[in-house]
Design a protein around this ligand. Structure first.
Ligand code: SF4
Length: 615
């Protein structure tokens, strides 16, 4: 690989799609002299610029690292395939957006893992950067780190990543880079540095562990091989969200990002306990920001960006204690400036009509609701805890407040699902239409648009369904066709679904062990990359990869696990205990609902962590 050159980059940019993805220089980008930083961190988002720039985590950590006077953080996104090919042709190494420095010159190259189907992009980025893909082949150059929700089962990436950070980034990032700085100053070797990092709570260094397997392919043991490595890696938990760092400016992209707006993270965590939801289990407990803090952050960000939309972000915005007060205050302050407030991720039972009406004063956007399942029985199995009455009340409120576009999200393939549950989706959709027509003509907005979206259930680690099989591809396809038939009979419904092949691969990686790394490498070699983009999804390449590695995807996706089976992620203590998750699975089979633990602790295990959920 040749050295980086501005001239060759300029030449490439003339011939690729959306060159502004690669130019940097956006408003609020942090420009620090590269050579003066004691620690340099390339923050890599393994997807396109547009997707990465919409992500809140990167904004937070970019800000936190750059706040340290001695550290520098720059952004890197996966080049679109046309650019990646051109870079290979021209031998132009992957570079950061701010100083256009090749990745291999950084001290740390850190990836955020938001979605399993971005894993091939990690290999693609390392390869484009001319960094050896496997940790064992790296004797010099940057330490490769990874964090984010998928890091809770790091094993499919274990051979490629040197250091995983498990838990809230705000809580541990500075400690990690300070440790790197001290090691660098002391002239420590790579191995000594990894050992020093492994001693930080929440850090996992895969090279210091060994996995052995039974003859049937299940995990037999997972043991540390280095004295610096703990047997159990405990997640780091940020206790006080209100006082945690938050950027006062966002980098404003030239090209349109998917979510190009001010994002206020109003709370983190959700204690409703939906049994399919990994985020709900991993981000416990609920931590809220105060209205005062959020108003200050809104003001700073509005001044710094000029955005016209404020989005309230959390797993379940409707459960935020001060939602009405916050929405009213924001709409009052920003209505004149035509800045709108949007409320994604609403749960049905907590929609506050007044807030909806306040939000609608400015601009009408679609309302998204996620009943997830078509019958009460199945909603109880998954502990969704909402009733059809909740849904109808919520949409009626919304229709009365001027909404006419509603998206309903469902999942198919949930444990214990029957045909009755699929039919229930049709009934629910019909009832939503009836609710619209029950609102007087002079009150409701014109142009009712209802979309039903069906994704495929993916069993995830650290959920009560972590032991359950995913439906096979033929089963999923049959159910999708059946649901299509049912919804076809309901006039005025748009129906769309996720590609089941993608969900199958997601299931393999989310519960995969180290052997899935071989499949990942083979798939990337077969040309797989940008898998989450339907135009690039190469399922054939994936099937071939499984075949080449002698691995049956059904072993990971469609096999039920026993209560006693050692799971690849069992060495990580995420807070919720196996005993709690198993108990929840038992309750699920009896369709027993477990109440929100804000109303009373359900003993999930998090209280073992100091200062968390103290009574
Ligand atoms: S320890 Fe209790 S209160 Fe805390 S998150 Fe778990 S169930 Fe909820």
């Amino acid at each position: 690989m040749k050295e980086f050159s501005e001239e060759r980059l300029e030449k490439l940019l003339d011939n690729v799609l959306k060159p502004s993805r690669y130019t940097g220089g956006e408003m609020n980008a942090v420009m620090k002299p590269f050579d003066q930083a004691e620690i340099t961190f390339a923050f890599c988002f393994p997807d396109s610029y547009e997707v990465g720039m919409s992500h809140l985590g990167i904004k937070i950590l970019y800000d936190i690292i750059n706040r340290q006077p001695w550290a520098l953080c720059e952004r890197v996104f996966t080049p679109w395939p046309d650019m990646a090919d051109a870079m290979r042709r021209e031998e132009l190494p992957l570079f950061s957006l701010e100083s256009r420095t090749p990745l291999r010159q950084f001290d740390i190259v850190g990836f955020t893992l938001q979605y399993e189907m971005c894993y091939t992009n990690i290999l693609e980025m390392l390869d484009l950067a001319d960094i050896p893909l496997f940790s064992k082949d790296r004797t010099e150059g940057p330490i490769i780190m990874a964090g984010g929700p998928c890091a809770y089962n790091p094993e499919p990436l274990a051979p490629f990543v040197d250091v995983f950070q498990i838990g809230d980034g705000e809580e541990m990032m500075v400690e990690v880079i300070e440790c790197m700085r001290a090691c660098k100053q002391a002239g420590k070797t790579r191995l000594e540095t990894l050992r020093a990092l492994a001693k930080i709570e929440g850090v996992y260094v895969p090279a210091f562990y060994e996995a052995t397997y039974h003859e049937d392919g299940t995990l037999a043991a997972f043991t540390p091989t280095d004295p610096a490595a703990p047997a159990i890696v405990r997640r780091r938990v940020l206790l006080n969200l209100d006082s945690a760092a938050y950027p006062s400016a966002f980098v404003v992209p030239y090209t349109e990002a998917i979510h190009d707006r001010i994002v206020l993270e109003i709370m983190r965590g959700c204690t409703k306990g939906c049994r399919f939801c990994q985020a709900g289990m991993l981000y416990r407990p609920v931590r809220e920001r105060s209205v005062e803090t959020l108003l200050r952050q809104a003001e700073e960000l509005e001044n710094a960006t000029g955005y016209e939309e404020i989005s309230l972000s959390s797993l379940s915005s409707g459960d935020y204690t001060h939602l009405t007060e916050l929405v009213c205050a924001l709409t009052e302050r920003y209505a004149e400036k035509k800045v709108s407030v949007s409320l994604p991720s609403m749960r049905l039972d907590s929609i506050v009509k007044q807030s909806l009406e306040e939000a609608q004063k400015v601009r009408k956007s679609g309302l998204t609701l996620a009943p997830e399942a078509g019958t009460q029985r199945l909603r109880d199995v998954i502990n969704k805890g909402v009733t059809e009455d909740d849904l109808i009340r919520a949409v009626t409120d919304a229709f009365e407040s001027g909404w006419s576009t509603v998206k309903l999200y469902f999942m198919i393939g949930l444990p214990t699902e029957t045909d009755e549950d699929l039919q229930g989706i049709g009934h629910l959709a019909q009832d939503v239409i009836s609710a619209y027509f029950s609102v007087p003509r002079n009150v409701r907005a014109k142009g009712l648009r209802i979309t039903c979206s069906a994704s495929t259930f993916v069993p995830k680690p650290f959920t009560p369904f972590q032991w359950q099989p995913q439906d096979t591809l033929p089963q999923i396809k049959e159910k999708q066709a059946r649901l299509g038939e049912i919804l076809h009979q309901v006039k005025g419904i748009n129906f769309n679904w996720h590609e089941p092949e993608l969900s199958m691969l997601e299931a393999c990686f989310s519960r995969g062990d180290r052997r899935m790394a071989d499949v990942l490498y083979a798939a990337w070699k077969n040309g797989c990359r940008m898998d989450s983009w339907s135009e690039f999804m190469n399922f054939e390449g994936w099937l071939q990869a499984f075949d080449q590695c002698g691995i049956d995807p059904a072993f990971y996706a469609n096999r039920p696990r026993g209560e006693k089976e050692l799971l690849p992620w069992d060495f990580i203590d995420a807070g919720v205990t196996r005993a709690f998750l198993w108990r929840e699975w038992q309750r699920a089979q009896r369709a027993e609902v477990t109440p929100d633990c804000r109303l009373g602790c359900q003993g999930c295990g998090l209280r073992r962590f100091e200062g968390v959920c103290a009574e």
